[in-house]
Design a protein around this ligand. Structure first.
Ligand SMILES: Cc1cc2nc3c(=O)[nH]c(=O)nc-3n(C[C@H](O)[C@H](O)[C@H](O)COP(=O)(O)OP(=O)(O)OC[C@H]3O[C@@H](n4cnc5c(N)ncnc54)[C@H](O)[C@@H]3O)c2cc1C
Length: 362
């Protein structure tokens, strides 16, 4: 049995910043991640990030992960790699499954920063080998150096769909088309333009009708949709592909929050069920905090800022408010507000406002 002041579950940008802040402020911290290296989604993001200088703009995701983990190296944080938190029981007892054994960890405060899982969509044969989430393809290519196939269809033209399509082309996988059910492309123009320059068609008002094949993907039937997203008969096309990549959104990875008994709210703008939380990233339980994609699907920049706030808030709830903790939170809240003012911040801003309007506590 290990006892700890603050335990952080998930070492993506949110969890890493929570750990850095809470430790620098003076708390004793343990951070746990189920991957062999820390960084969360960043460890597979080979593209350069957007945003402002303070949020590592112009730096590749993989290098941001290296910067954050080396910051952590110099701090007295206890780290568990390859370790999954598989349960949360009474009195904040966390069950942590490592490769060697099951560890019991009792935490005074917990920060959950477990990120998100990829959404699937329903179509015949969507369970054939060769149908992947876009994030899984990115992991295969950029973390393990494995090409998932030779000819791919991407479903979804948000930033993830566009970026992973480009990275597939870089890995010598022919992207036959990117489909988008909406009338316009979902992601940044700059990512779409890079694909267009390579001759990849981005078909708006299109979706996948079925995957073809018996033991594995051998093709796909795509179809045009009307304004109500209904397939238009006669517009079907067959594509010869061995890989179908789904980039159709993410959902917060929230099972442990349900187990904790946190108040959960369905907020479509935040990606689904999220724990009700206040501006300090505290949930309906005063000893549990959240940050990053788990508290609403956004970006690495906002995940880092929420992580800072969660780290400082968890520290304050244990040891009291300090001038430094107050400053960190105030600054992070200002920066969050600025990011969410932009056109791509609109959705999460509405989501967070909707949460606040429903909250019966502060
Ligand atoms: C293709 C792609 C491109 C992107 N490009 C950009 C970009 O250009 N700019 C930008 O700002 N954002 C970008 N993002 C978004 C950004 O990566 C995420 O918003 C960000 O990583 C979320 O951080 P997080 O810390 O909340 O979660 P994550 O980075 O997902 O980290 C969560 C970690 O928790 C671990 N975990 C989960 N459950 C458990 C458990 N039970 N026990 C132990 N560990 C657990 C996970 O394995 C993971 O390592 C992109 C995302 C993708 C997929």
């Amino acid at each position: 049995m290990i006892r700890e002041e603050i335990v952080i579950v998930g070492a993506g940008p949110a969890g890493l910043w929570s750990a850095i802040v809470a430790t620098k402020l003076g708390a004793s911290v343990t951070i746990i991640d189920d991957n062999p290296i820390f960084g969360g989604q960043l460890i597979k993001q080979t593209h350069k990030f957007f945003g402002s200088k303070s949020h590592y703009c112009g730096i590749r995701g993989i290098n941001i992960a290296k910067i954050l983990t080396s910051d952590l190296e110099n701090l007295p944080v206890k780290k568990f790699f390859n370790a999954s938190v598989i349960g949360l029981y009474d009195n904040n007892l966390l069950a942590v499954l490592t490769q060697a054994k099951l560890i019991k960890l009792r935490a005074e405060r917990i920060i959950f920063a477990t990120g998100a899982s990829e959404n699937n969509i329903a179509f015949p044969n969507n369970d054939l080998p060769g149908v992947y989430g876009a994030g899984a393809v990115q992991t295969l290519m950029n973390v393990y150096g494995v090409r998932p196939g030779h000819r791919a269809l991407m479903v979804g033209s948000g930033n993830i769909g566009l970026i992973v399509s480009y990275q597939m082309m870089q890995a010598n996988i022919q992207v036959v088309a990117v489909l988008e059910i909406m009338p316009k492309i979902g992601g940044y123009h700059v990512h779409a333009a890079k694909l267009a320059r390579l001759g990849v068609p981005i078909l708006t008002c299109y979706t996948i009708k079925r995957a073809l094949g018996i033991d594995m993907v051998e093709g796909a039937v795509i179809v045009k949709v009307n304004k109500r997203f209904k397939p238009i008969p006669g517009t079907e096309q067959r594509l010869k592909v061995d890989t179908i990549c789904l980039a159709v959104g993410l959902s917060p990875l929230n099972e442990l929050l349900w187990q904790a008994g946190c108040e959960m709210v369905y907020v479509p703008e935040l990606g689904g069920q999220v724990a009700q939380h206040n501006e300090d990233m505290m949930t309906s339980r005063a000893d549990i905090f959240v940050g990053g994609d788990l508290s609403g699907i956004e970006e690495a920049s906002t995940a880092m800022l929420e992580g800072k706030i969660a780290g400082a808030s968890a520290y304050e709830s244990l040891k009291g408010v300090s001038a430094e903790s107050k400053k960190i939170k105030e600054q992070a809240k200002v920066e969050l507000g600025m990011i969410r003012q932009g056109p791509f911040g609109e959705k999460p801003r509405w989501g967070k406002e909707r949460l606040a309007a429903r909250r019966g506590w502060t």
